[in-house]
Design a protein around this ligand. Structure first.
Ligand SMILES: Nc1nc2c(ncn2[C@@H]2O[C@H](COP(=O)(O)OP(=O)(O)OP(=O)(O)O)[C@@H](O)[C@H]2O)c(=O)[nH]1
Ligand SMILES: [Mg+2]
Ligand SMILES: [Zn+2]
Length: 265
């Protein structure tokens, strides 16, 4: 980029003007098909541009946050990006059992949940990568870079042990980077995240970020229903009827409340 500030993101298509052999400057950034980003309290953080798919990587060790998963799914739906969930480290058989149970809910609402061990075999994931620009996202220590190295060995991304004491990863990856898998498929490794602010998403878009809510949206008694405790709320009724899982409605209500609080601050 000319100047110091770069507005470019991993996955962008740019116009480059060659200045000397092997060197050039970015003249313009092409319009983006999609933009996956989070808006934390003070700043917007771009995760990747133009991706068609997000691969949210979780593992039983260190433990993963189901709230972060829900936030990420909302951000993906909001940009019409496909989302798939990878449960990594299945070699850790006993702790993985609980994670498998937690993820059953997401499988039941339509998200592919793919179980792999990045250190041994990632072939279960490869069919999903064809003709996609995917981004690996998730908390630190889940094994994103290990998975990337298994898919693209020449990448040689740095990986590091987790901190057992802190039950977290070590934030080994600091920059996103794109790797080509074949002529039509590529994948981006991104730094681990701890938070996923959704301040850019209003309440209506937040609700439609929960895919299984779609059949009920618009059927509440009040058109401005917040789906918290309003009478005649179609989402609350669907939850009572067992059509919507209580955990998902609770996540929706929590995120809506947190978003409103942030906006008031
Ligand atoms: N047992 C087991 N360990 C794994 C597996 N995949 C990755 N790991 C280990 O998990 C630790 C973290 O892996 P990384 O690939 O650095 O994790 P990351 O998600 O890229 O972390 P950040 O870059 O910090 O976001 C490393 O010690 C890996 O060897 C797996 O399938 N099984
Ligand atoms: Mg990494
Ligand atoms: Zn409602």
């Amino acid at each position: 980029m000319r100047g110091k500030r770069s507005n470019g993101a991993c996955g962008d298509y740019v116009d480059v003007k060659l200045t000397s052999p092997g060197q050039g400057v970015i003249e313009a950034i092409q319009p983006r098909q999609t933009l996956l980003y989070r808006s934390d309290t003070f700043k917007k953080k771009i995760i990747a541009a133009n991706v068609s798919q997000i691969i949210f990587v979780v593992a039983a060790v260190p433990s993963f946050s189901e709230e972060l998963l829900n936030r990420c799914l909302v951000a993906a739906e909001n940009q019409h990006i496909k989302a798939i969930i990878v449960l990594n480290k299945t070699d850790l058989a006993e702790p993985s059992q609980q994670a498998v149970k937690t993820l059953l809910l997401y499988e039941s609402i339509g998200y592919p949940v793919i179980k792999i061990c990045a250190l041994q075999n990632v072939s279960a994931l490869t069919p999903y990568l064809t003709n996609q620009l995917s981004v690996l996202a998730g908390q630190s220590g889940m094994g994103k870079s290990t998975l990337l190295n298994a898919l693209a060995p020449e990448a040689q991304r740095a990986t590091a042990d987790i901190s057992v004491a802190l039950n977290s990863g070590c934030h080994t990856t600091t920059h996103s980077r794109l790797y080509h898998l074949d002529a039509d498929s590529a994948i981006i490794d991104s730094p681990g995240m701890q938070v996923f602010g959704l301040n850019h998403i209003d309440d209506a878009s937040l609700a439609s970020g929960f895919i299984e809510f779609h059949p009920y949206i618009g059927s509440c008694k009040f058109h401005n229903c917040r789906h918290v405790n309003e009478p005649g709320c179609a989402l609350i009724q669907a939850t009572k009827d067992g059509e919507i899982n209580t955990r998902r409605l609770a996540f929706y209500q929590k995120l809506a409340q947190q978003n409103n609080q942030e906006r008031r601050n």
